[in-house]
Ligand binder design. Structure first.
Ligand code: PLP
Length: 226
């Protein structure tokens, strides 16, 4: 199967999951995760109609997305990997959505760049639902205070919450927790579900799923989600 075939299959599986959860078709956005793949690998998927992409490194993205964005209008780029505050200016310049806000320092740096560049980048707060020490994200019990700080002190529009459940656990309870935290805090969107579990995430209310290998194939460099 070509990457375009695999992309079509993922879209069909999203529709099946939407139907299964009695959710409207089109209620779940596909973020195609193209990390480690170059412009030539990504281009056919853009030509086929995909417009929303996810990347986990700012520097890698700078090497391919300015060119791809110039070729096709309407591309939306999500940063789904950890962000250092010294890269905030570059991230705000290139990305439309930053899904990995999880520290006051990075939230402040992003807010300052949004103001300076006049670019209304949307943000998600990453929640470490499994409290894994090696994984990014705020603790679930910090969500209310952190979201309030982003909104009230920094004037950021918190569009959604994002999580990456522990690899070796049933993801359902983690997706349910993220949905509960979003509802409690008046946050609209939920970024959850990857190649192995996006159907489950849709059943728990995901509004976007981040799917890489099911579309692009296995990655040469093992880029572990942080
Ligand atoms: C790589 C990555 C994905 C995509 O993972 P696949 O299993 O290839 O679908 C999703 N989310 C994050 C944060 C990632 O780093």
């Amino acid at each position: 199967m070509t990457r375009v075939d695999q992309w079509n299959e993922v879209l069909s599986r999203i529709h099946v999951a939407e139907d299964g959860a009695a959710r409207a078709r089109g209620s779940v956005a596909l973020v195609a995760v193209s990390k480690t793949f170059d412009a030539d690998a990504i281009r056919p998927v853009i030509t086929a109609g995909q417009r929303v992409f996810g990347e986990n490194r700012v520097q890698e993205s700078q090497g391919k997305w300015p060119e791809l964005k110039a070729e096709t209008s309407g591309i939306t780029l999500h940063l789904i990997g950890p962000l250092q505050s010294n890269k905030a200016a570059d991230a705000v310049a290139l990305f439309d959505v930053i899904e990995t806000i999880d520290r006051e320092k990075i939230a402040r740096a992003v807010a300052a760049e949004i103001a300076r560049q006049g670019k209304p980048v949307r943000i998600y707060v990453q929640v470490n639902t499994g409290l894994e020490p090696q994984k990014a994200g705020i603790a679930p019990e910090e969500t209310a205070a952190f979201v309030a700080m982003c909104r009230d002190a920094l004037n950021l529009l918190v569009e959604g919450l994002m999580c990456i459940p522990p690899a070796d656990e049933n993801p359902g309870p983690h997706f349910a927790l993220l949905a509960k935290l979003a509802a409690e805090n008046g946050v609209e969107k939920l970024s959850m579900g990857m190649s192995g579990d996006f159907d489950v995430a849709i059943a728990f209310g995901a509004t976007s799923v981040r799917v890489g290998s099911a579309i692009f194939g296995l990655r040469d460099v093992v880029a572990r989600p942080a």
